[in-house]
Design a protein around this ligand. Sequence first.
Ligand code: SAJ
Length: 399
Amino acid sequence: SSVCVVGLGYIGLPTASILASKGYQVAGVDVREDVVETINRGEIHIEEPDLDVLVKAVVANNRLKAIREPQPADVFIICVPTPFTGDHRPDLSYVEKASKAIRPHVRPGNLIILESTSPPRTTEDVVAKHAVPEGLVVGKDVFVAHCPERVLPGRILIEAVENDRVIGGMTPACTQKTKSFYQSFVTGEVMATTAVSAELTKLVENSFRDVNIAFANELSVLCDHFDVDTWEIIEMANRHPRVNILSPGPGVGGHCISVDPWFLVDAAPELTNLIRTAREVNESKPQHVIDKVLKLSARFTNPVIGCLGLTYKSDVDDLRESPSLDITRALMNSDAGEVLACDPLITEDQFSEFPLHTLDEVLKRSTLIVLLTDHQQFREISPAVLHEKVVVDTRGIWR
Ligand code: SAJ
C-alpha cells in the first residue's frame, strides 16, 4: 500500500525511507524545493548515520519519491516541527498547515497519523479538525491517531524500528488500525492507548529527562561553589544501588528536551512547578558557564579563548537550541578577548554567523579552552596539549 509522509526532516525522512525499504510505495512531501531535489537525486540534506545509503537505495528502486504537495495515499504521516514561540507557547502552525494540505487527498478508509511531538489534544483539535474532509466520520470512515516519535538523533534508523511505540487513536478502531500499520515495520512492542495519553506520554518522557539533567546541572553549580569535582561526586554517589545521576553539561539543547516540557507547563501552569523549575535551572546553566569563563579570562592580559563544539550534543551536526552555540556567541560579544570557535561537524555552507577554526589552530593559539560539546575528536585530544592551558570542561571528558 501507499504512504504519504509530510515533512522530510530528522523524523520524516528516516521514517519514509524505512517504510520504502519495507515495500511501501512512499511519497515524501516537503515545502522546500532544495530538499525535494536533493532527495530525488538520492542524496540527503541532514546528517544521520547510514541514512545516505538507505535513501540512495529506495530512491534508486523508485520506492521513495519526494514531492512538494501531498498526494492521495492509504496512510498519511505528519512529521513536521512543533517548535515554541518566544513566550514558551507551542507553535502548532506547521501541524495545522500539514493537516490542511492533506485534506483534499483524504479518502474513506485512510489512516492519518501525527508523529510530531505535540501538546495534549493536538491530534483531535488540530489534525482531526483540519485533515478530515467534511462528511467523513473519524473511527468509521477515516482513522486518526498519534504515534509520537521517540528516536535518538544519531541512532534514528535503529531506534525507529527497534523502540517500543505508543499508539493513541481517537477511537479504538483508529488505535487498532494504526497498531497494525506500525507492527508491519516496527520490531519493538506497540502499545495501545488513547490520543491524549500518547501525547502526554511523549511529553512526560522528555520532561523526565529534563528534570534529571537539571538535577545534575544544579549539582554542578553547587560543586563549583564548594570548589569540588562534580564528576567525582556523581561517580561516587552513583555507586549507591538506587542512585543514578545524569551528566551535567553547558545546558540542555536540541529541539526536543529543551522544548517539550514547556508544552506541559503551558497546558497546566499551576500543576507543573517542578517541570518549570527544572527548565529554568537548565536554561540558566549557560550563563553560569559564561560567568566562569569571563572570570578566568580576566586573569590574562590578551587572552585567546578557544570554544570547542557548537552543536547541542556530541557527534551530531544539529545546532538547534544549542547552549554551546549560545555560550560561544555570548563570549564573542563580550570583551573577554579573542574567541576562536571550532566544530568539526559543522560545515561552512551550514553556518556562516562567524568563522570556524581548525582544532589544531584553536589548540595552538588559545590561552583558555572551553569544552562545550563532547565530540569524539575532542575526547582524543592528548592530555599533554591541555596541560599548558586553562581549561573549562563543561562535560567532564578530560578529568
Ligand atoms: N544532556 C546532558 N546530560 C545528560 C544527557 C543529556 O546535559 O546526562 C544534554 C545533551 O547534551 C543535549 C540535551 O541534554 O544538549 C538532550 O540530549 P539527549 O541525548 O538526552 O536527547 P535528544 O534531545 O537528542 O533526544 C531526546 C530523546 N528523549 C529521551 O531520551 C527521553 C529521544 O528519545 C527523543 O525521541 C527525542 O528527544 C525527541 O525527538 O523528542
